[in-house]
Design a protein around this ligand. Structure first.
Ligand code: ZN
Length: 462
């Protein structure tokens, strides 16, 4: 008998929880409860395909299209709650009766695909027995709270298990059927059970690594956005010096994170680190890490360093350089759009200053006004240099040109005012204003088209 370690809780936060399923299946639930009370609950297939409890004879029965129902569905009561239960290749799938058929089927497909990816990528051929619960959000949040998660509403799934000889024991996985990313969330939690002994930062990274590959296999359409989003978060953190260092990730308080943004970064960073390690050292290194930690469960970086034959700090430095240097063409366009956004904001500040000046300007003192016109001209000239220096590939190119023309026209208007050419200056001001509005509209459209992944980093506080 090996050592049995305390149970582990592994969570997964949902990036965007969406509540898409209306509360419309309650009558079906009540029907099932009635049949349970009368002892008719051993096989619920009849109920599932929609036949009434007391079929009426008709002269010519109308053929009905019925949803396929697995013959091995049974009812089960766990902790006083009712579920439908199906055996699933070593696991028990337990779902609330009102979870709809496509959702249940998607979880089943995900289970099979996840095993395939875990076998290929992690060298884990077989999962230990698992109770896989699929519930609506309200009971899910209740279970998360009961399992000491401090922010149940941040979660889309979680796993609970003990650890014996490097394998998960009494494993339970809970999935919120109403959260966005059902396939991803399910694959993620099942991977915690497949690789239960990893330190949590590495476990989260490996779970994301597998989940995104299961997404691809099943064909969900969110893989690219999810990947771009995580890469951007990590790169922005690297650029701003906010990347969590190895010891910080290792000691990260997953159960009581300081805030959502840092938790989000910890997931993204763990995942991108695993992507980097698999790409740089070969994918077999993930199997070695899973096997190494299973042999000697340890929440430290020791096994990580042994398997990679390098100090964690050195791996991190290389990872950081890789993150900063490895920017795809789509990401370069996103970076340029963010730079143009901050330049546009600087231009809006300058315009506000200009309008305030106009309100208080001393028209009795033209010399003083002329000096102000020249000062504003210098500020717009500096801004036009900043815009001109921005590398703007792809869609960002025309937006940069529009913004640049507007800023230069403002600079020209200030020169004309200083020369006393009021009519020509007014004409320039009007043209600059039109250019400013056009640049704003173009920029908003380009950012909106990338809203699934592009979020410009807020500047660090001074
Ligand atoms: Zn997780």
């Amino acid at each position: 008998m090996g050592t049995v370690l305390p149970r582990f809780l592994r969570e997964f936060l949902s990036y965007m929880l969406l509540h898409t399923f209306p509360n419309r299946l309650l009558p079906l639930a009540l029907m099932l409860l009635t049949s349970l009370a009368t002892g008719a609950c051993q096989d619920v297939s009849d109920w599932l395909v929609g036949r009434g409890a007391t079929p009426l004879a008709t002269a010519a029965p109308t053929p009905q299209v019925q949803q396929p129902v697995a013959p091995h569905v049974s009812a089960a009561i766990k902790e006083g709650r009712l579920y439908l239960k199906e055996a699933l290749n070593g696991a028990s799938l337990l779902y609330e009766p009102w979870v709809d058929y496509p959702t249940v089927q998607q979880v089943k497909d995900t289970f099979m695909a996840t095993q395939q990816v875990q076998s290929q990528e992690l060298g884990v051929a077989e999962l230990p027995p698992i109770d896989l619960f699929v519930t609506w959000e309200s009971p899910f949040n209740l279970f998360a709270g009961q399992n000491q998660f401090q922010h149940p509403s941040w979660l889309a799934g979680f796993a609970v298990y003990g650890l014996a000889e490097g394998r998960a024991l009494d494993a339970r996985v809970y999935i919120n059927a109403q959260a966005k990313g059902l396939v991803h969330n399910t694959a993620h939690e099942l991977t915690h059970i497949a690789a239960p002994a990893l330190p949590q930062w590495l476990g989260e990274g490996v779970a994301e690594y597998v989940a995104v590959r299961v997404d691809l296999l099943i064909g969900t359409d969110e893989t690219d956005a999810r990947t771009l989003q995580a890469r951007l978060k990590v790169r922005q953190a690297a650029e701003q010096g906010r990347l969590l260092m190895p010891q910080e990730l290792d000691a990260f308080p997953w159960d009581s994170p300081p805030d959502y943004t840092t938790l989000d970064l910890a997931y993204a960073e763990g995942w991108q680190m695993v992507e980097y390690v698999a790409a740089a050292y070969g994918s077999q290194v993930l199997s070695q890490l899973v096997a190494g930690y299973a042999k000697a469960p340890d929440e430290s970086l020791a096994t990580f360093e042994t398997v990679l034959s390098r100090p964690a700090q050195e791996v991190w430095q290389a990872f950081m350089q890789h993150v900063l240097a490895n920017v795809s063409p789509a990401e370069q366009v996103g970076d340029a759009l963010c730079r143009l956004t901050s330049q546009e904001a600087a231009e809006a500040d300058l315009t506000r200053d200009w309008n305030q000046f106009l309100e208080r300007s001393n028209r009795q003192n033209p010399v003083q006004d002329t000096q102000e016109f020249l000062r504003f001209g210098q500020r717009w000239a500096q801004l036009s240099v900043d815009v001109a220096d921005t590398v703007a590939p792809g869609d960002a190119g025309p937006i940069k040109e529009t913004l640049f023309a507007s800023v230069q026209t403002m600079q020209r208007a200030m020169e004309l005012l200083a020369q006393g050419s009021a009519a020509a200056a007014n004409s320039s001001l009007s043209a600059a204003n039109q250019g400013r509005l056009l640049a704003h509209a173009q920029l908003q459209r380009a950012i909106r088209e990338r809203s699934a992944w592009l979020t410009c980093a807020a500047p660090l506080p001074p």
